[in-house]
Design a protein around this ligand. Sequence first.
Ligand SMILES: *Cc1c(COP(=O)(O)O)cnc(C)c1O
Length: 457
Amino acid sequence: MPTKIFLNEDEIPRQWYNLAADLPGTINPPLGQDGKPISPDMLAAVFPMNLIEQEMSQQRWIDIPEGILDLLYRWRPSPLHRAIHLEKALGTPAKIFYKNESVSPAGSHKPNTAVAQAWYNKEFGIKRLTTETGAGQWGSALSYSCALLGMECKVFMVRISFDQKPFRKSLMETWGGECVASPSNETQVGRDILAKMPDTPGSLGIAISEAIEAAVSDKTGKTRYALGSVLNHVMLHQTIIGLEAKKQLDKFGIKKVDTVIGCAGGGSNFAGLAFPFVLDKINGADIEIIPVEPASCPTLTATPFSYDFGDVAQMTPMLPMHSLGHKFIPAPIHAGGLRYHGMAPLVSHAVEAGLMSPMAIKQLECYEAGLTFARTEGLVVAPETCHAVACAIRCAKQAKEEGKEKTIIFNLSGHGLMDLAGYAKFMAGELQDIVMSAQDVKESRRISITGYPVPKI
Ligand SMILES: *Cc1c(COP(=O)(O)O)cnc(C)c1O
């Protein structure tokens, strides 16, 4: 058996898969402040209409425009590897595969949707995009994509990451993006928060509020906002990962997959790999599908499915999702991309429908898995990705105990070459496990929902 499979460019999938068409049961719509489902017009100040239509689409397969394929060809199709060295080290009868999304110019899966969103915005006549970024991956991906299309990009970066990861800002600037620490003095939301909490480490929820304000307050109407995860159209664009992976598994001669794994922050890289397999599961296949989240910021494994806002300032509609509450400020762990308070509605719905088995793993086990992976397969993966690796190792060990020849696939969402400070701290023994207790979760939700009535699901 080969150790990796590439696809030719002409084998790239030409349609995205939309899970909204197949989810069983009713899908709860996003709600406005008045508790009523929002109309497309209400989003028009924030997103271009072509993406709003995609966000609300129930169509199962959606054509990928040629213009977007031309952008994706810069690094796609991405390779599917078999982790034979890791398998050998674990002595497992399981076959472990990983889809390598670290080969994109920005080093993660995020450009898959960044180039698509920038392209749709440009088609709509937009000249400038604003966004937020946690660890800096999304800000880099969008800066890169705007550079390809000759657009401007403004990024609000969560303060703690801005301070811990200065090279991410340089990367964004290299691609022509502009990056400021959030909360900033550039928006009303940012100024209000700084007045109350001058030393706050920031959060994705705060940065999202700032980026939306910066977009809607541009009087020329040529600025819109772009989100790197959570929303339906982002999940849609990422499904190219799983659709490619299926073709590659086929070429490996794999007839059946037992376990599909991805780390889950807002849910997009996980959904990208998993949703095409969820379709098989809906059609009767026996597949275990596992989103993995950090024990320090658990949503799927710890919170009820309910309506919540996507940002601190309550500028977004209320989304049906697992959420720690929109005022949540995360512990300063290094898996920056996994610190969002909510979770994609499509992933949340799929968990409620019993199609997925979420898992939370603590930080130290994840970094340990990252070291094992680096010392066997060679790749140094992002701290977020370490969660997926840790889960794959757990599953492979279990297969060994049970003597089962399982087939496991996980998404290698990004490389960790700009996250070595986190690895260094781990190797120096300076990191601890941070776990949110049930009481912490309850308190975070209580603080957040004070002051507005939460619609029932
Ligand atoms: C942003 C990011 C994540 C988390 O975001 P999702 O939307 O949950 O995929 C995971 N891995 C990497 C490398 C990232 O950059």
